[in-house]
Design a binder for this molecule. Structure first.
Ligand SMILES: Nc1nc2c(c(=O)[nH]1)N=C([C@H](O)[C@H](O)COP(=O)(O)OP(=O)(O)OP(=O)(O)O)CN2
Ligand SMILES: [Zn+2]
Length: 137
């Protein structure tokens, strides 16, 4: 068994806030990320898959194929978008890095399994200081 990772990047706007809370409470809980005028990040996504190395190809998965899956299922939906407003799979979801990783996992698990590999980890780097890793349920 071996693990390999594909990196993709995207830029997106978001805001951390609950509509039912006052602006003051949102700032208290979410700090500057509660700014009603939105803000953005240049996110880095790492998708790690695991599996057996195919004897003929030497591949666990063709990394070009993995890149196509990640672009089709995730990147094209979020790049240069507002995560809170534009992306159906974030409807009603707080766009924290944790939830971004979970929602991306849900988008990727099935299509990756159809290649014969298994999704191992979705890592989202939101700033140069902060990242989240999700390994499924
Ligand atoms: N558990 C979480 N905490 C925070 C999240 C998150 O998604 N999950 N997100 C944010 C902000 O959206 C954003 O990431 C800014 O974070 P912050 O650490 O303040 O930004 P920097 O890395 O630039 O750090 P500085 O201290 O401003 O240099 C906040 N928390
Ligand atoms: Zn943010």
């Amino acid at each position: 068994m071996i693990r390999i990772t594909r990196r993709e990047r995207f830029s997106a706007a978001h805001r951390l806030a609950k509509d039912e809370w006052s602006l003051e409470k949102n700032y208290t809980v979410f700090g500057k990320c509660a700014n009603p005028n939105w803000h953005g990040h240049n996110y880095i996504l790492h998708v790690t898959v695991e599996g057996e190395v195919d004897m003929e190809t030497g591949y666990v998965i063709d990394l070009s194929e993995l890149g196509k899956i990640v672009k089709e299922k995730v990147i094209q939906h979020v790049d240069h978008k507002n995560l809170n407003l534009d992306v159906p799979f974030f409807k009603g979801v707080m766009t924290s890095a944790e939830n971004i990783a979970i929602k991306f996992w849900e988008q990727l698990e099935q299509p990756i399994s159809e290649t014969g590999a298994r999704l191992h980890c979705v890592k989202i780097q939101e700033t140069e200081n902060n990242y989240v890793e999700y390994f499924g349920k």
